[in-house]
Design a binder for this molecule. Structure first.
Ligand code: UT7
Length: 331
C-alpha cells in the first residue's frame, strides 16, 4: 500500500497589507527597499476580524476535498500542522473536524516552519501502515496572532494562510507517491526562534505581557545561516537516499522564509530558478502553510504535471528541518 496526494486547496485572508503598512501606518523604522532587498516580501495577507487558524484551515480543507472529489465522510483522520492554534486546548484539528461535520479522529502537530514536511511524513506513514485510508492534512498558521507589531525584526516577515492536501491509500499502479522524508531536529537551536512566555516554563504575568514575551522572537541572522546550510545539506542527503539527483527534480517547492535563503540554497544545489516556486513576494512567510499553499498555486499555474517529481525543503524553529519528494499523481 502506498500513499499519494489526491487533492490540494489553499486559503489566504482577504485583508492585504503591503510593506507601506509598516512604515506609513504603524510608523516602524523600516522601508520598502529594506524589506524587499532583505526578504523579497512586497505584500502579505493578514487575518481579518473573526478569522483564526481553524477558520482558515476549514476554508483550505473544503477546497481540497472538492478538488479531490471527496466528501468529509471519506476522511478518517484530520491532522493540522500549526504553531498558532485558536487556543492552547483543544487542537485546531478538532475545531476543523466540528466545522466540517466530520466524525474522524483529529490532532495537531507542532514543527513550526517544518510542519508540512514533518506532517506529510507522519500522515503518509499512517496511510502506508493501513491505520488510515484518507487523511486530510492541513498546514495553517495565524502568525499575526503572535507578532509584536512594534518589532520591525519580526512583524514584517510573516503572513497568515492555510494550505491543505488529501493523502490517500492508492494502488501500486497509481502514478502518485509520497516518498519518505529526510528529517532533522536540533533542540539546542530553540533559543534563536521562540515565544519565550505563555507556556509552563514561563506562565504569563502582567509584567511578561508588558514586555511582549508572549510574541515571537527571532535572532534572524543566526536562523538565516542555519537555514541556508540546513536546507543545502538535507536536500543533498535526501536526494542521495532516494538515489536521484537534482536533474531528476521537476519542481522545487521550498519553505518561503526569505527569498535570499531560497536563492542561496538553490544556487549552491544548482537547482534552476525556473524550477523553483516563489510566493514569498505575495504572501510572506506563512510558516506551516507556506509549502502547501505554494504547491496549490504552482498547480493552478500549470507548473506541475502527472509523473513529475516535486521536492519540498524547509527549515524552522526547533531547530527543525527536512526535505521530501513526492511523485505527482494528478493531472
Ligand atoms: O521561517 C522560519 C525560519 N526563519 C527564517 O528562516 C528567517 C531567517 N532570517 C531572515 O530571514 C533574516 O535574518 C531577516 C529578514 C529576519 C533579517 O535580515 P538580515 O539581513 O539578517 O538583517 P539583520 O537581522 O542582520 O539586521 C541588519 C540590520 C540591523 O541593524 P544594525 O544592527 O546593522 O544597525 C537591524 O536592526 O537591519 C536592521 N533591521 C531592519 N532595518 C529596517 C532589522 N529589521 C529591519 C527592518 N527594517 N524591518
Amino acid at each position: 500500500m502506498k500513499a499519494a496526494i489526491t487533492g490540494t486547496g489553499r486559503y489566504f485572508p482577504e485583508r492585504e497589507e503591503t510593506n507601506a503598512y509598516f512604515y506609513e501606518e504603524l510608523g516602524l523604522d523600516t522601508s520598502e527597499d529594506w524589506i524587499v532587498e532583505r526578504t523579497g516580501i512586497r505584500t502579505r495577507r493578514l487575518a481579518g476580524p473573526g478569522e483564526t487558524c481553524s477558520t482558515m484551515a476549514v476554508a483550505a480543507a473544503r477546497r481540497c476535498l472538492q478538488d479531490a472529489g471527496r466528501s468529509v465522510d471519506d476522511v478518517d483522520a484530520i491532522v493540522v500542522a500549526t504553531v498558532t492554534p485558536d487556543q492552547p486546548l483543544p487542537s485546531v484539528a478538532c475545531h476543523v473536524q466540528a466545522a466540517l461535520g466530520a466524525r474522524c479522529w483529529a490532532f495537531d502537530l507542532v514543527a513550526a516552519c517544518s510542519g508540512f514536511v514533518y506532517g506529510l511524513n507522519v500522515v503518509a506513514g499512517m496511510v502506508e501502515s493501513g491505520r488510515a485510508k484518507c487523511v486530510l492534512f492541513i498546514g495553517a498558521d495565524h502568525m499575526s496572532s503572535i507578532l509584536d507589531f512594534r518589532d520591525r525584526n519580526t512583524s514584517i516577515i510573516f503572513g497568515d494562510a492555510a494550505g491543505a492536501v488529501l493523502v490517500e491509500a492508492v494502488d501500486d499502479d497509481h502514478p502518485g507517491t509520497v516518498h519518505r522524508s529526510t528529517l532533522h531536529a536540533d533542540g539546542t537551536g530553540a533559543k534563536h526562534l521562540q515565544i519565550p512566555a505563555g507556556g509552563g516554563a514561563m506562565p504569563l504575568t502582567p509584567q511578561l505581557l508588558d514586555e511582549g514575551l508572549h510574541f515571537v522572537k527571532q535572532e534572524g541572522r543566526v536562523v538565516f545561516r542555519h537555514a541556508v546550510s540546513g536546507i543545502i545539506s538535507v536536500v543533498r542527503e535526501h536526494l542521495a537516499s532516494e538515489g536521484i539527483t537534482v536533474d531528476d527534480i521537476d519542481l522545487f517547492v521550498p519553505h518561503q522564509a526569505n527569498v535570499r535563503i531560497i536563492h542561496a540554497a538553490m544556487d549552491r544545489l544548482k537547482v534552476p530558478r525556473d524550477k523553483t516556486v516563489i510566493t514569498i513576494d505575495r504572501y510572506a512567510n506563512t510558516t506551516a502553510a507556506s509549502i502547501p499553499t505554494a504547491l496549490d498555486i504552482a498547480r493552478e499555474e500549470g507548473r506541475v504535471r502527472c509523473g513529475d517529481r516535486v521536492l519540498f525543503a524547509t527549515f524552522g524553529a526547533g531547530f527543525t528541518w527536512g526535505a521530501q519528494t513526492v511523485t505527482w499523481g494528478l493531472d
